[in-house]
Design a protein around this ligand. Structure first.
Ligand SMILES: NC(=O)c1ccc[n+]([C@@H]2O[C@H](COP(=O)([O-])OP(=O)(O)OC[C@H]3O[C@@H](n4cnc5c(N)ncnc54)[C@H](O)[C@@H]3O)[C@@H](O)[C@H]2O)c1
Length: 409
């Protein structure tokens, strides 16, 4: 295993410098940059070997002609667990195991992985690191499948938009909103855009769920525990509205074909006060153009109930897209999905589409849309933290300084 020692320049404030240095790294093989035959297996690297990284890498190797060849993480245990788990799946698929020399550990592990021969990287580190890891990967000429949100703060989201522009037409960048690949959701949204529910007046979108497990380690430093438990940390995660609830906010933007002009919000920490500083519930009203109001709420502490869905109310009917249950339009122009498993198959569809875009040379670029939904969530967070109405323009003007997590390496 290669240990990538402390490299101060990786930190957010220095990341431009690092990215310039990264321009000299080994580039993706030319045939994958300019489109390639569907027969050549793409070499895949994973940055961030946690739950989602294991899941996403598994979806890639199962559904596409890819080989997972390199892993990067801060922590040795996560690297080894992930290697063991992926190796089993690779062997079952008659693909080569990951070579032990291709495990990269530490704060500089992403750079080290990107300097090696991979065509595609999956970025499943915590949101705080996404803009930095994306910048490094794009500078190194890699295609990128990055998980949502694109960043934890406005500065990071704006940075991702700029990185996306540089990659346009040269590299594929997907952002992990797999729900947009649901056939049932696509049908309902298409019908709404065609007028099936008339003029949209208002809507409710919500994400209510139970608490997440703690990864606290006795004897570990405060910083290590903070990093291992990043989901409870406002700066590293963006808080639950940005990190988790963003899925339903992204669908609201999809229905409304854009972002809100302003938001008012509230929420707090009441049920889950034993870990971190993230809030455990949010309630936000978003105003979209044409005086459309969307009521958003979320919680991450529930026992006994949970649900995620979007309901959009129009002058001719209602659109309803739950995670599970029939997706449907009721009212004047009824339609109902046959399946109730609306999210089934969405990850494989998305990943397959991404890989096809690399082979065809018709590169996918989801950075602008990913940043828009990230900033919509950030707008709701600012409004809720401050308990007042905040406009989109105010967010861009007054909240665009990078937020520094103060990590020391
Ligand atoms: N699309 C979805 O439905 C979905 C579902 C779950 C998670 N996610 C997203 O995936 C991302 C990862 O979430 P997760 O649940 O896998 O978290 P996780 O904590 O299980 O995994 C994150 C991993 O990144 C590692 N890491 C942290 N900082 C790093 C750094 N600087 N360099 C390299 N590795 C680093 C951690 O050690 C950990 O192993 C988040 O952005 C999350 O929002 C998306």
């Amino acid at each position: 295993m290669k240990s990538s020692s402390s490299n101060p320049s990786w930190q957010r404030r220095g990341f431009l410098k690092t990215a310039v240095a990264g321009a000299g790294l080994v580039l993706a093989r030319p045939e994958t940059v300019f489109g390639s035959s569907a027969n050549s297996a793409l070499q895949l690297g994973l940055i961030g070997c946690g739950g989602r990284g294991n899941n996403d890498a598994g979806v890639f190797i199962r559904n596409t002609n890819t080989q997972c060849v390199a892993l990067a993480d801060l922590f040795e245990d996560r690297l080894h667990e992930t290697k063991d788990s992926l190796d089993k799946r690779l062997v079952n698929l008659e693909k080569p195991k990951i070579d032990p020399s291709r495990l990269y550990q530490g704060p500089g592990s992403a750079e080290a992985l990107l300097a090696s021969d991979v065509d595609v990287v999956i970025i499943t580190s915590p949101p705080y690191f996404h803009p930095h890891h994306l910048e490094l990967a794009v500078s190194a000429g890699k295609h990128v499948y990055m998980e949502k949100p694109v960043a934890a703060d406005t500065a990071g989201a704006l940075k991702v938009v700029e990185i996306g522009k540089k990659a346009e037409g040269k590299q594929s960048i997907a952002v992990g909103f797999q729900i947009r690949y649901s056939k049932e959701f696509q049908e309902v949204v298409k019908r709404v855009h065609e007028g099936a529910i008339g003029d949209i007046v208002s809507g409710m979108v919500y994400y209510h769920t139970g608490r997440l497990g703690s990864r606290f380690r006795q004897g570990a430093s405060d910083q290590e525990n903070r990093l291992r438990n990043w989901v409870f940390d406002q700066v590293l995660s963006g808080d639950i509205i940005v990190e988790q609830n963003i899925h339903v906010i992204d669908v609201a933007n999809w229905y409304l074909q854009g972002h809100p002009e302003k938001a008012f919000g509230t929420g707090g920490r009441k049920a889950r006060v034993d870990v971190g500083d993230c809030w455990d519930h949010f309630i936000v009203t978003y105003w979209y153009p044409n005086d459309v109001k969307i009521d958003f709420s979320s919680s991450q502490f529930l026992k006994g109930w949970g649900d995620c869905r979007e309901r959009i109310f129009g002058t001719k009917g209602t659109a309803d897209t739950p995670y599970t249950g029939n997706a449907q339009i009721t009212g004047d122009n009824e339609w109902k999905s046959e399946s109730t498993d609306n999210l089934g198959g969405t990850e494989s569809s998305k990943v397959t589409h991404f890989v096809e875009s690399i082979h065809s040379g018709k590169y996918l670029n989801e950075t602008a849309q990913g940043a828009e939904s990230t900033m919509t969530s950030i707008l709701g967070r600012i409004a809720a933290y401050e308990g007042r109405e905040v406009t989109w323009d105010e967010m861009l003007k007054d909240y665009s300084e990078p937020v520094d997590a103060g990590l020391k390496w």
